[in-house]
Design a protein around this ligand. Sequence first.
Ligand SMILES: Cc1ncc(COP(=O)(O)O)c(C=O)c1O
Length: 421
Amino acid sequence: MASRSQSLYRRARRRMPGGVSSPARAFSPHPVYMARGRGSHLWDVDGRRYTDYCLAFGALLLGHSHPRVVEAVGEQMARGSLYGTPVEDEVRLAEEVHRWVPSLERLRLVTTGTEATMSAVRLARGATGREVIVKMDGGFHGSHGSVLVRAGSGAATHGVPGSLGVPRGLAGLTEVVPYNDADALRGALRRRRGRVAAVILEPVLGNIGPVLPREGYLQEVREATEDHGVLLNFVEVITGFRVHPGGAQGLYHVKPDLTTLGKVLGGGLPLALYGGRADLLSHVSPEGGVYQAGTYSGNPLSLAAALATLRVLRRGRPWPRLASLTRRLARGLQEAAGPGTSVVHLGSMFQVFFRPRAPRDYTEVKECDSTRYMEFLRGCIRRGVYLSPSQYETQFLSTAHTPRDIETTLHRMREVLGAKG
Ligand SMILES: Cc1ncc(COP(=O)(O)O)c(C=O)c1O
């Protein structure tokens, strides 16, 4: 008999492209429809329980339905979900975020990571009067035209090198260079001298699994952009609040001109932001001529979830514990998977790459055996471990994960890999 997930998927495909609301959720033979989440666990529509390492692609640093977040959102809902006016909480959040990420001198709240990077690119172009942006091969910054050029994530999973529908003229304004290669970046900045508005990058590539910066790389990127008078835009949609309280820029001590945050910021509700140097943000409407607006920007429900999340993080300071649990899982998985496989981890991010060495860029990530990854994924899901459903994504831990979760997960992963122990 078909499971409820199977029959829902069959119905979904009739009315929705690929049966999903976002392509990263689709995988063969069918995605699992979830009905409930609590702490480190998800329950599907057939009543099966999973330990969750996808965590809504990294958004849920506190796990599912954290009591403080549920309480804050419930209280706000009772007072109204949307006023279409400024609210006190947005002022508090802007001040709080500046304390965590000092380079965010001023910021604009938006609703999604896509909107944040799209607006940051427009701001960079508007503030400099230049049109070209430089991005990294495999760097995913959401689904808008300027950055849908050799992006990772769902685009990589489904073999889409860019996207149809992006005008050639727009894509031609995006220069792509390999990650971890500062010489290639300098070359591109030389070739397009005087035309580049910004270099946009995830400091740690998170959308094709964590690909870590080699030592000194981010400092070299900073120097190259300064030498060429080009803005540096860190997309910390995944790394923000996750790899360090101050994001990757706090961890690696590199100060960008612009930053975008999303995912963890909203505590499970849609919220993102872009911001940075005060002088740059003065170009944003209504102060300046770079237009950007949104009905749901800084909505009270998301603000309540964000402030509650940051309060829990500030009090609990969970980063060392998260890193140590992730290390335990990564090491156990590496042992079970053996030398043909490399498990990479940073803070509470990890991924198993089916290739012998940790990849340093997108070309190396694409050398992974993604068929083996999908077999591993299906085996894990059958045993109650839910992973991000692609080789080209990252896995995450939350503060709700326990040492027992990790041991149980390792036991199940060893079974899937046919390893002893
Ligand atoms: C680095 C990065 N930038 C931008 C985005 C887009 O964010 P959203 O899905 O909220 O639009 C994502 C989402 O995966 C991301 O990981």
